[in-house]
Design a protein around this ligand. Structure first.
Ligand code: 5GP
Length: 172
């Protein structure tokens, strides 16, 4: 394993993102943070603690289909939002945007529910693997093409609780 982002780097960047998001949404009212289960949970908790504005934290659970559906980015919603997002500002919190297929699907799905606005905040961006180009409104870090774990990202359910982000070089 090679550490790519330390605990200190992550903490400082999440705080910066929190300040920027707080400034951008200040006075706009009714912000719903939508965290994508399960990878973005650690990021969502830390980021939300840095916000200085009121918000509702909600979760959407997804699971990939095998085969052709997965290559088109079609995912199954395993847990839907508790909150209505109609005419509310929505900030989607993703752990990592890789091909962009999952994000594209989620954005299309959430847009049909008529939010007042829909933006994305991704903890990690891997532009080298992008298939669908979706602009990220907020992004923690851009990384080269590695398979990474930690800070919510797993490999077969392991490593989510690492406080750093590391590249997994040899798959256990
Ligand atoms: P997509 O390719 O659709 O942008 O990424 C879909 C999902 O695959 C991400 O939300 C994340 O859960 C998972 N994923 C993509 N790249 C990585 C990676 O480098 N490490 C881990 N642990 N998961 C990844």
């Amino acid at each position: 394993m090679e550490i790519l982002l330390t605990r200190e780097q992550i903490k400082a960047r999440v705080k910066e993102l929190g300040e920027k998001i707080s400034a951008d949404y200040s006075g706009k009212g009714d912000l719903v943070l939508v965290a994508v289960l399960r990878g973005s949970v650690y990021f969502a908790v830390d980021l939300s603690r840095c916000l200085e504005i009121p918000f509702v934290l909600d979760f959407i659970g997804i699971s990939s289909y095998a085969g052709a559906a997965s290559s088109r980015g079609i995912v199954r919603i395993t847990k839907d939002l508790e909150s209505s997002i109609v005419q509310r500002h929505v900030l989607l919190l993703e752990d990592i945007v890789d091909t962009g297929l999952t994000l594209n699907y989620l954005m299309q799905n959430l847009r049909t529910r008529n939010p007042a606005s829909l933006r994305v905040c991704a903890f990690l961006d891997m532009p080298a693997r992008r298939i669908v180009n979706i602009p990220l409104d907020y992004c923690g870090f851009s990384l080269p093409d590695f398979y990474v774990v930690g800070y919510g990202l797993d490999h077969q359910e392991r490593y989510r609780n690492l406080e750093v982000v590391a590249a997994l070089k040899e798959m256990p």
